[in-house]
Write a protein that binds this ligand. Structure first.
Ligand code: CTP
Length: 449
């Protein structure tokens, strides 16, 4: 391995944290012990606070055993110790998993009728909630409103997964897997730490820099209701934006349909420019990059778009072809000609938008699966040479790696295809490692102001 390789995980060795795990009344409460176990296995100290309803799904002795400490549920369980204040002050992170519709409602209303809601009111620590409930409850306007309220207050809400639900039915409402919840919760803790450090005036080595990040996935319309799109959530791009902002950079996110929950977690000072198509993304990125020190193309850009966008909905049945009988005639499957979109990343290199002579550091991503022609790295190296970006972060993608809320790993190559760094972990950790590389390159040319 290249001796200059950056080992992102070593640089971000986790520190033991004090974490309150709240458990509320949902069938998914059975996953709480796994969450607690994972947190403790990672070296963190946990206190568990179940609601009364949670204790109907899982017993206090089981929770106490995995926590390694007694559990309390009511504000009067240990009144002399003023547990409701103590617990909130003790916590460096409060994670509520699962968060039932009722718990979200009580938290949004500021109720304090049990130890968990009282802790939520007294703590100044970051709060992460992982809702789990039936789809109808999740989609109900009351729950949507409560989730919006909590997000506006800075609570990180982990969107539930879609899948088969208890009883009958299929839809959004399932508690994500414990590993994903723990990764998101710890990432929120790190982000809060970085924001606090920035607010306290900790040196931001990207102060005075402008970093542009594209995030999400473009959508190419076929007709007024359909589009060609992809599964990108925007999480990696937004994590990079957050990491750059934490180091003092002015950050613009050009968002091609990044998920609302992901955008909601960006620091408030980050500018967001929404776009839909690859052409709009190109124009917005180039406009923002006119004074940028670095551009990170994390968006998944459609390589092709339909040559023509139908003004009206493409129909399976045609009335016109009925020959005046009024009986619709079934059409053959349409063939949709495509035209190639411009390569935005390569264009930033060959035709830099910045006109004042300053170099803009251009960073790309290459999502690869490997195939019969070559493995992930072979494709990545060829792409690095073809695109000419200063840095290209290559990651392996499949159905369960690289997309969505899962840990990933990247190998960073330079414009010649040579490996300069590796990073792995949560998208937050990967983002921090990439921003570290960007900052090092920018600051080696000109110190930040
Ligand atoms: N990209 C871009 N414009 C495009 C396509 C991709 O700017 N029209 C950027 C992406 O944002 C990413 C990098 O190029 O930073 C690599 O994207 P990828 O889809 O992996 O590469 P492609 O050029 O599509 O190559 P291939 O289809 O051969 O894998």
């Amino acid at each position: 391995m290249n001796p200059q390789t950056t080992r992102a995980r070593d640089a971000h060795a986790p520190r033991a944290r004090r974490i309150v795990v709240g458990v509320s009344g949902s069938i998914a409460a059975y996953k709480a012990p796994s969450i607690i176990r994972l947190l403790r296995a990672a070296g963190h100290e946990v206190r568990t606070v179940p609601t009364a309803a949670a204790l109907r799904f899982i017993g206090a002795p089981a929770l106490a055993a995995v926590t390694g400490a007694p559990v309390q549920s009511g504000v009067f369980d240990d009144a002399a110790a003023v547990a409701h204040v103590q617990m909130g002050e003790w916590a460096e992170l409060v994670l509520v998993a699962p968060a039932s519709a009722d718990l979200l409602a009580r938290a949004a209303a500021g109720r304090a009728d049990d130890l968990l809601t009282a802790t939520l009111l007294t703590t100044t620590a970051p709060v992460v909630m992982a809702p789990a409930m039936h789809t109808q409850m999740w989609n109900h306007p009351a729950t949507r409103h409560n989730v919006d309220t909590l997000r506006r207050r800075g609570v990180t809400i982990i969107d539930p997964d879609a899948g088969p639900l208890t009883g009958s039915g299929y839809g959004a409402g399932r508690l994500p897997e414990p590993e994903q919840i723990v990764a998101r919760a710890l990432a929120a803790l790190d982000a809060a730490r970085d924001t606090a450090a920035a607010a306290a005036g900790a040196p931001g080595d990207l102060a005075g820099r402008h970093v542009v990040v594209s995030a999400g996935g473009t959508r190419e319309p076929l007709d007024p209701v359909r589009y060609l799109g992809n599964r990108s959530s925007g999480r990696q791009g937004c994590a990079i934006a957050t990491a750059a902002a934490a180091r003092g950079a002015r950050v613009t996110v050009v968002s091609a349909h990044a998920e609302p929950g992901v955008l909601a977690e960006l620091p408030p000072q980050v500018d967001i420019v929404p776009v839909t198509t690859a052409m709009e993304l190109r124009d917005a990125v180039r406009a923002a990059a006119a004074d940028a020190d670095a551009v990170v193309m994390a968006a998944a850009v459609a390589d092709f778009r339909p040559a023509e966008v139908a003004d009206t909905k493409l129909k399976k049945h045609s009335l016109r072809a009925s020959g005046g009988t009024g009986e619709p005639v079934r059409q053959a499957a349409p063939v949709i000609p495509l035209v190639e979109n411009p390569d935005i990343l390569a264009g930033l290199v060959t035709d830099p938008p910045r006109q004042d002579g300053e170099h803009t550091l251009v960073v790309g991503f290459a999502a690869e699966t490997g195939d019969a022609d070559g493995d992930v790295l072979a494709h990545g190296a060829a792409k690095a040479r073809r695109k000419g970006a200063d840095l290209l972060a290559v990651n392996a993608v499949g159905t369960d790696q690289g997309f969505g809320d899962v840990p990933n790993a990247v190998v960073v190559l330079d414009a010649g295809g040579t490996e300069v760094a590796r990073a792995q972990g949560t998208k937050q950790e990967v983002a921090e490692a990439l921003v570290e590389l960007i900052a090092a390159r920018l600051n080696s040319r000109r110190p930040s102001v």
